[in-house]
Design a protein around this ligand. Structure first.
Ligand SMILES: [Zn+2]
Length: 391
C-alpha cells in the first residue's frame, strides 16, 4: 500500500476531540494517507517518511464536507418559479409537482447524467460524502428507478416517496400513503438505506409520517424527517421520540421542540440555502447551540426551494445569518454532518484522525475562517476522496 505524506499544512482541522478547541486544529501540520485511510496526523516536524510527498504550501486542510440532505435525481428546471418568487410570489410545496412531471418523462440515462453532474459540482466544492433522496417520481416505478440512479452515485440513498401527494392521488392521500408504505416501499427498499417524509402542512401530517417511518423501519430502512420548514408542527418532536439521528429544516421551532432535540440528541440539520432561496426567515442556530442541541448544516440541493450544491455557501450563510461562529459552521458540515449519516465511527468520515477515511479538502486559504470571510469565492484548491486526489 502506497503512503503519501501531505506536509506544509498551515492549519489542519482534525475535529479530533482529544485536541484543543472545537476543531482540534494543528498548526504547521502534516498527515499521512495510506490506501484510503488516514494513517498519521501531527506536527510537520514529526512527520514519518512516505513513498510520496505533497506540499500544501501553508494552506488549510479540512475533512471533506458531508452533505446529509440533497435531492439530486430530477429532470426539468424551475428557474421561472424562482424568478416569480423573487418578484413576490410566495413559495408553496406544490411546486414539487412540476419536477415530478419532468422526472417521470426522463430516461434513466438522463436522470443519471444530470445527478452525476451535480455530484461532480459538489465534489469540486469539497463535498466528499452526499446523501441523495428520491421523491420526484412518486410512482412505484419512478421512485425505484430514481433510487437505482442515486445508488450508482452514493451509499447514502433515501426513499422519499412521501415527498408530496402526487396529483393523481390528490383526492385520496390515505391511498397514497398505503402505496408508499406497501408496494412502493417494497420496490425501493433494496436501493435505499434511509427513508424520509416531508412532514408539513400541505404534505404529510404527523400520523402519516409515523406510518411511513414505521413501515420503513420494518423494511430495514432508517428514518430521516423534513419538519418545521414552512411553519411550526409536530414533526420535530416525532423525530426525537423515534430517536432519529437527525431532523432537517427546523426553521420554525417551539420551545418544546428545542427541549426534545436537546434531550434526545437528535441532530437539527439546518438548510440555510432554502431560506436564502425562498426569502424565509433563517433558523435560529445560535439559540439551538445555546440550548445544547447538536446542529448540522446541509445544502438541500433541489430544483425548487434551493438549487445550490455549495457547502461553502451554506457555511457563509450560517455564519452571517444564523449566528454560528466559523468554527461551529465548519464542525457542522464535517463531524456533525457525518454523525447525521451515522458515519462518525472510527472508520467513518468527518474527522482527520488515524483510521478514518482519507476524505480531505485543501483550501486556497490559510484558515477555515476564509470559507465565511470570503463568501462566493472558489476556495477549494484540492480534494482527496478515499485517499485519491479527485480535484
Ligand atoms: Zn429536502
Amino acid at each position: 500500500m502506497t503512503a503519501t505524506v501531505i506536509t506544509g499544512i498551515g492549519e489542519l482541522v482534525t475535529n479530533d476531540p482529544d485536541r484543543d478547541g472545537l476543531l482540534g486544529i494543528v498548526s504547521d501540520a502534516a498527515l499521512v494517507v495510506e490506501g484510503d485511510r488516514i494513517a498519521w496526523v501531527g506536527p510537520a516536524v514529526d512527520a514519518p517518511a512516505a513513498d510520496a510527498a505533497v506540499d500544501a504550501g501553508g494552506r488549510a486542510v479540512l475533512p471533506g464536507f458531508v452533505d446529509s440532505h440533497s435531492h439530486l435525481v430530477f429532470a426539468g428546471d424551475r428557474a421561472r418559479e424562482f424568478a416569480a418568487r423573487m418578484s413576490g410570489t410566495p413559495y408553496a410545496a406544490g411546486g414539487i409537482r412540476t419536477s415530478v412531471a419532468a422526472t417521470r418523462a426522463a430516461t434513466d440515462e438522463e436522470l443519471l447524467s444530470r445527478a452525476a453532474r451535480l455530484v461532480q459540482e459538489m465534489l469540486r466544492q469539497g463535498t466528499t460524502t452526499v446523501e441523495i433522496k428520491s421523491g420526484y417520481g412518486l410512482t412505484t416505478r419512478d421512485e425505484a428507478r430514481s433510487l437505482a440512479v442515486a445508488r450508482q452515485l452514493t451509499e447514502h440513498t433515501t426513499f422519499l416517496g412521501a415527498h408530496v401527494v402526487p396529483e393523481e392521488h390528490a383526492d385520496d392521500p390515505a391511498g397514497y400513503v398505503a402505496l408508499v408504505t406497501g408496494p412502493m416501499l417494497e420496490a425501493c427498499a433494496p436501493h435505499a438505506r434511509w427513508i424520509d417524509v416531508f412532514c408539513e402542512a400541505g404534505a404529510f401530517d404527523v400520523d402519516q409520517a409515523r406510518a411511513v417511518l414505521d413501515a420503513g423501519e420494518a423494511a430495514g430502512l432508517r428514518g430521516r424527517l423534513h419538519a418545521s420548514q414552512l411553519g411550526p408542527g409536530p414533526g420535530v418532536r416525532l423525530a426525537c421520540e423515534l430517536g432519529l439521528l437527525a431532523v432537517d429544516h427546523c426553521t420554525y421551532l417551539e420551545p418544546a421542540d428545542v427541549d426534545a432535540l436537546r434531550d434526545s440528541g437528535t441532530i437539527a440539520t439546518l438548510l440555510p440555502g432554502v431560506e436564502f432561496s425562498t426569502r424565509q426567515p433563517y433558523p435560529d442556530a445560535r439559540a439551538l447551540l445555546a440550548a445544547g442541541v447538536r446542529v448540522s448544516l446541509a445544502s438541500d440541493c433541489n430544483p425548487g426551494s434551493c438549487f445550490t450544491s455549495s457547502i461553502p455557501f451554506c457555511v457563509a450563510l450560517a455564519v452571517r445569518e444564523m449566528g454560528m461562529s466559523p468554527a461551529e459552521a465548519v464542525h457542522a458540515v464535517t463531524a456533525t454532518a457525518a454523525a447525521a449519516l451515522d458515519e462518525d465511527g472510527p472508520r467513518g468520515v468527518g474527522r482527520i484522525v488515524p483510521g478514518r477515511r482519507a476524505d480531505l479538502v485543501l483550501l486556497d486559504a490559510p484558515s477555515h475562517v476564509h470559507l465565511a470571510y470570503r463568501p462566493g469565492v472558489p476556495l477549494v484548491a484540492g480534494v482527496w476522496q478515499r485517499g485519491r486526489p479527485v480535484v
